[in-house]
Design a protein around this ligand. Structure first.
Ligand code: DQA
Length: 144
């Protein structure tokens, strides 16, 4: 099974940005964590991070027919991006949404997610563990 792991804007600043919300660990540490889970489960992982909405749309389109699932933390684009929602719907690749923080306990503008309309499941407020839960969900449902 092959999964594409997409992280949106400012996720590359983990360990520096708002540590009280996102913790001390870096983006590189997140990649190592996810790579370890994928290795343990015999999953091939591709990683993509971008601060640009169109680049994320392009990457989702490129994944068409190439991967079995997408795990996406769209970061701030969660709350604004119809383009990312439409790209996920266009490729119809099974998708899970992840947020490190509990978006429902934060500012009201974070309570709405466009991406949830394309995601089978959303995991939030569990830090890195949310990515593990998303990966295992897709593995259990779609690995062959
Ligand atoms: C986030 C939550 C978003 O509201 C925020 O814009 C982010 C990260 C999270 O992982 O908790 O950048 O997606």
């Amino acid at each position: 099974m092959k999964l594409l792991i997409i992280n949106g804007p400012n996720i590359n600043m983990l360990g520096i940005r708002e540590k009280g919300i996102y913790g001390d660990e870096s983006y590189e540490a997140l990649l190592r964590y996810i790579a370890g889970i994928c290795e343990e489960n015999g999953i091939e992982a591709e990683f993509f991070q971008s601060n640009h909405e169109g680049a994320i749309v392009d990457r989702i389109q490129e994944a068409y027919g190439q991967v079995d699932g997408i795990v996406i933390n769209p970061a701030a684009y969660t709350h604004t991006s119809v383009a990312i929602l439409d790209a996920l719907k266009a490729v119809s690749i099974p998708c899970c949404e992840v947020h490190l923080s509990n978006i429902y306990e934060r500012e009201e503008f974070r309570h709405h997610s466009f991406i949830s309309l394309a995601a089978e499941k959303t995991f939030y407020g569990e830090g890195f563990r949310g990515y593990e839960r998303a990966i295992l969900y897709l593995k259990d449902k779609y690995s062959y």
